[in-house]
Ligand binder design. Structure first.
Ligand SMILES: Cc1cc2nc3c(=O)[nH]c(=O)nc-3n(C[C@H](O)[C@H](O)[C@H](O)COP(=O)(O)OP(=O)(O)OC[C@H]3O[C@@H](n4cnc5c(N)ncnc54)[C@H](O)[C@@H]3O)c2cc1C
Length: 408
């Protein structure tokens, strides 16, 4: 009989695992809480060579539709004057463009939308998942790929909560054809940054989200801004006074908040970068750190953001999820008939990598965090936001980060 696994979460991490284990001959079911296709979500993502390699192993080529190389990395002041420049040439992609080929490669009848995992129980030689519609499923292995607020992690480690980093990322995309020709010419294909005190705004091109788009490319931005916990609660309160925890659905963000971010963009950013914010529909995500004490317990394992969430400054969430899934499959293939040994290997290797990612990302974001937690003692090194440091370190190639390169 084929070994069988249940994957909770049908986003990128879950789909990488599903495709790798399917290729190993496992019988799999993916359960996704959201009721319909996820392709409309997400914005731009920076990639790493290792992500391209993992996709290639699954037969998915990183072509023009999936991603393309940007030019130099350039830091400017708010007048648009160049402060620092380094050659870059990294491949940028869009969340949906990675999701689609992974989703299409996996048998649709085994992917179940609208099924939220609630709890699990273990039996001799089996694990049983329970869902919000009262149904249950049984398998040899359960993989938690259910992201930042993982319900699987909560089952393994009750009380372990994501730690708010003290800042949010305002994000948005706009079709290249929707910005002025002056902005298009100035921006070119480069990767731009502005570093207002205690903040970081970056923007770059990504493949268009709309597959039918003839414009071909969108501009994507991420603007990190300090927000105290109290102000975050305000920000996550909608127009009728309802609070939404720390995850505000984009359509419910109050119009005055959107107007304010556009005003701030015009006052604080270089004019052509401000134009991108002005012409987008901004939304925000609060930034968190998550470190799971272990990636496997019994017949349950965690991967992607369910396992570790590193702040986005390492630009590695998707690559980390892809490498987790590949390591899990490799560990299973390398220990035939011994799932315990496979999971122990997986937990050791990917636990080490995840902890190092979280630590690095925390260091890169310290100067932003410090603005909303000034009472803490911050060292000069932690507060260092010189362009020459930020440009070299943010989303650096894995091969240039010794403490991570050795872990791949
Ligand atoms: C501002 C920002 C910028 C980023 N930029 C980059 C970047 O440039 N490069 C990069 O690589 N990464 C980036 N990331 C990180 C990246 O988005 C994530 O790390 C990555 O998507 C992790 O994927 P995942 O599948 O583990 O989790 P998720 O994508 O969060 O997926 C979890 C899935 O599980 C589902 N789910 C949740 N609970 C349940 C349940 N109970 N039952 C069933 N299903 C459930 C959810 O609906 C979701 O589909 C960024 C993140 C942020 C916030």
């Amino acid at each position: 009989m084929k070994p069988r696994a249940l994957i909770i979460g049908g986003s990128l991490g879950g789909l990488f695992a599903a495709n790798f284990l399917h290729d190993l001959g496992w019988e799999l079911d993916v359960f996704e809480r959201v009721p319909d296709d996820l392709a409309s979500r997400g914005a731009g993502i920076g990639t790493h060579q290792e992500l391209v390699d993992v996709l290639a192993q699954l037969g998915i080529a990183m072509d023009e539709r999936l991603g393309f190389k940007v030019g130099d990395r350039i830091c400017v002041d708010r007048a648009g004057k160049e402060l620092y420049r380094i050659p870059w040439g990294h491949t940028m992609s869009a969340w949906a463009n990675v999701y689609r080929p992974l989703k299409d490669r996996f048998p649709a009848r085994r992917y179940h939308f609208g099924k939220g995992f609630t709890s699990l129980r273990t039996e001799t030689d089996a694990v049983v998942a329970l869902f919000d519609n009262g149904s249950e499923a049984r398998a040899d292995l359960l993989i938690g790929a259910d992201g930042l607020r993982s319900a699987v992690r909560a089952q393994l480690f009750p009380g372990l909560e994501p730690a708010y980093a003290g800042y949010v990322a305002w994000r948005g995309t706009v079709a290249e054809s929707a910005i002025s020709s002056a902005a298009r010419e100035w921006l070119g294909i480069d990767y731009w940054l502005v570093l207002p005190a205690g903040e970081m705004m970056l923007c770059y091109q990504i493949p268009a989200k709309d597959p039918a788009s003839t414009a071909g490319r969108d501009w994507n931005y991420v603007w990190y801004r300090p927000v105290t916990p109290g102000a975050l609660r305000e920000l996550c309160t909608d127009a009728v006074g309802r609070h939404h925890g720390s995850a505000m659905p984009p359509p419910l963000i109050r119009p005055d908040r959107i107007a304010r971010i556009k005003q701030d963009a015009s006052a604080m950013l270089a004019p052509h970068m401000a134009e991108i914010v002005e012409r987008s529909r901004p939304f925000f995500q609060a930034i968190f750190d998550v470190e799971s004490p272990s990636l496997a317990l019994g017949r349950v394992c965690l991967l992607g953001d369910a396992a570790f969430v590193a702040r986005p400054h390492v630009g590695m969430g998707v690559t980390k999820a892809a490498l987790d899934a590949r390591c899990l499959a490799k560990s299973i293939a390398g220990s035939p008939g011994d799932l315990d040994a496979a999971l122990a290997r997986y937990a050791r290797l990917r636990g080490d990598f995840g902890r190092r990612c979280v630590a690095r990302a925390r260091r890169l974001g310290a100067y932003i965090e410090a603005r909303s937690r000034p009472e803490q003692a911050w060292s000069v090194e932690q507060l260092d936001q010189r362009p020459e440091r930020v440009l070299h370190e943010v989303a650096a190639a894995l091969s240039d980060i010794p403490e991570l390169a050795m872990q791949i």
